[in-house]
Design a protein around this ligand. Sequence first.
Ligand code: FAD
Ligand code: MLT
Ligand code: ZN
Length: 471
Amino acid sequence: MMDIGANLRTRLEAAVGAPHVLTDLAAMQPYLLDWRGRYQGRAFAVVRPGNTAEVAAVVGACADAQVGIVPQGGNTGMCGGATPDDSGHAVVLSLLRMNRVRATDPANATITVEAGVPLASVQAAAAAAGLNFPLSLGSEGSCTIGGNLSTNAGGTAVLRFGNARDLVLGLEVVLADGRVWDGLRGLRKDNTGYDLKHLFVGAEGTLGVITAAVLKLFPAPAHRATALAAVADPQRAVDLLRGLKSSLGDRLVGFELISGVALAMCRKHHPELPDPLPGHAWYVLVQADDTAAGGGLPADVERALGKALERGDAVDVAIAQSGEQAQTLWALRENISEAQRREGLNIKHDISLPVSVIPEFLVTAETALNRAFPGVRFVVFGHLGDGNLHYNLSAPANESSEHFLANAPAANRIVHDMVAARAGSISAEHGIGQLKRAELTHYKSALEIELMRAVKFALDPSGLLNPGKVL
Ligand code: FAD
Ligand code: MLT
Ligand code: ZN
């Protein structure tokens, strides 16, 4: 390996410059541990190219050396997809230096950005152009567009705008052999053969390295209403969703379910956050946007929530009276992940189900899991509006999280079997990574796995792109 290694290192340094080829362990470490702290990887080097040609040179050098490549954006993924294995034989290719907004086209309502641009920067660039890029995740300060597209990220506005896949019009991708595919078109209609970009969206870096994208922009909200509602139970939350959909139509943008346990855990680790509606078992965070200048959004939302209170769909409501109050309500939702991480290693289930079966699933799953793991803590929250729940389990109060984590396979089987039996998905938005490879082959049909392997072989016959992930 050494002679290949020496030659490869020379070629990598020639490609990106020596300062951007990290081999020192301490310098590499931030790139080798996943956000959740579940995967510690090792790498031959961490390489930080600054443009597409440099990415192509890096990939070409690794292809010649037959060394694996792990593309990495913000390293906020939840499934270990951006973390190399412990062989030390792979190169981590960080896209963070590719952080330019290449073009904004307000008339075409598109923006062209490089893969390493943080999601929050894309949102800001869209706003600066008087438009809206609606993808929104709790990690938006550090996750990147390349990672968002590679995981087909969802987030809190899927109900209204769809996933990352629905927001992309064109891609630039470096293929496994180092060639560059320029598919950076900003067309909403283009029926010229297979829609190749959709192979790379959601592929988690296993089919190509995304280096840039053309993204859709939308009219900016002229008015926004945000409210927290306390609800008696998940069935009432689903009833509230239906009520708000019919009264607010496509102005309803966000509808997040938050259990009392999840909210309490969030406030335990973020004590600066308020408790607007104390003492309830379930909550829903609602956001509605109106792009029309006039519009009576605040009054419409107040009326709709008033009706919900009359029907008993909600038992109490707090409507944000300012942007600051709205941000505080969202902080209660978006800090749950971080709070649960501080609470300790946990067993996550990023599942999706038809919205109508979620209330029954929650009752049935809780009964089964309480029987299997007495004292387990259910940290349940997520994007109920699009049927995606984060059904996360934390250790019982008197058990270490390391010890509890050993139950993950058994807990996954209980939860994922129930989800599969209800025509749901074992990975709604986080992807497969290295965490759910076995689950994928367990729940996908042999034909689906065969078709995925055929696509993988066609685009990466040597298996160099993100080895050990997804398949
Ligand atoms: P990374 O973690 O760096 O990589 C993720 C995957 O994409 C890896 O397989 C990697 O190899 C691949 N990849 C990265 N960049 C490229 C590229 N340029 N080309 C090819 N492959 C690439 N996710 C959601 O979907 N919805 C949420 O609501 C959500 N909330 C979150 C909240 C918090 C607090 C945190 C920490 C994470 C959350 N996530 C959520 C998970 C994560 O933020 C998303 O999966 C995000 O899209 C990952 O982006 P990233 O740039 O960090 O990618
Ligand atoms: C979120 O929506 O906050 C994350 O995707 C959920 C998680 O951390 O499990
Ligand atoms: Zn989520």
